[in-house]
Design a protein around this ligand. Structure first.
Ligand code: CTP
Length: 213
């Protein structure tokens, strides 16, 4: 099968030296890419800026901003069987990019923000979608409620929820605990484990879902 996986954060430039971003390390997405490759699948990995090495054998497309990631995802959909959007895409970007470094002597700037495009929702809205679409929901509270809202709103086949407020789990850490929420109201918990192990289980589950979809 062919996987398309997004991973890592995006960066939204304010000026040539400053940006808005988030704490995503890319570890979960990269672990998924590795697990899919290990299981013999093809992988297109669309990655924001991260400090980890891409798995050998993946076709890696490096991007910086949410706009770049949106374009790269849509340009790489041919032949995809399973799309897993793991990236922590910035939800907001500066309304205007300032070409020259903003100087302190000019006072504290106020930066107007606008929304980025939602990549997952844009795939869910495709009329002729031939792939299984899974997204992540990083939540600090009300995991099930928020994950189910995303599942419906973004028209996905699965939402993988993780609680990013628990110590030692989620962002930057090597372990995670996931719950997969499906449109038939069922869910499946993958208990706390190293991200590599969870990734292996996830690849198996997503392939099984793809077969029956
Ligand atoms: N996502 C995306 N494009 C965006 C924002 C999010 O593709 N511009 C995807 C993420 O990759 C993830 C899912 O949407 O698969 C949910 O991301 P999350 O940050 O949890 O939710 P948001 O929709 O951004 O909502 P909120 O931050 O308010 O929880």
């Amino acid at each position: 099968m062919k996987f398309l996986i997004t991973a890592g954060p995006t960066r939204e430039a304010i000026d040539p030296v400053r940006f808005i971003s988030n704490r995503s390390s890319g570890k979960m997405g990269y672990a998924l890419a590795q697990a899919a490759l290990d299981a013999g699948h093809d992988v297109v990995l669309i990655s924001g800026p991260v400090a980890i090495t891409a798995p050998r054998g993946a076709h890696v497309v490096n991007v910086i901003s949410a706009d770049d990631m949106y374009d790269a995802v849509h340009a790489n959909l041919a032949g995809v069987d399973i799309a897993v959007l793991c990236a922590a895409v910035a939800d907001f970007k500066p309304a205007r990019y300032v070409e020259r470094k903003i100087k302190k002597r000019d006072g504290i700037p106020s930066i107007e923000l606008i929304s980025t495009r939602d990549i997952l929702a844009s795939l869910g809205a495709l009329s002729e979608k031939k792939f299984l679409l899974a997204g992540f929901a990083a939540e600090t509270n009300d995991l099930e409620k928020n994950a189910r809202i995303k599942l419906t709103k973004k028209q996905c086949d699965a939402i993988i929820g993780n609680n990013v407020s628990a110590p030692g789990l989620g962002f930057e850490s090597d372990e995670n605990e996931l719950t997969i929420f499906l449109p038939d109201q069922t869910s499946r918990v993958l208990p706390r484990a190293p991200k590599a192990e969870l990734a292996k289980s996830l690849v198996k589950i997503l392939c099984a879902l793809q077969q029956i979809s």
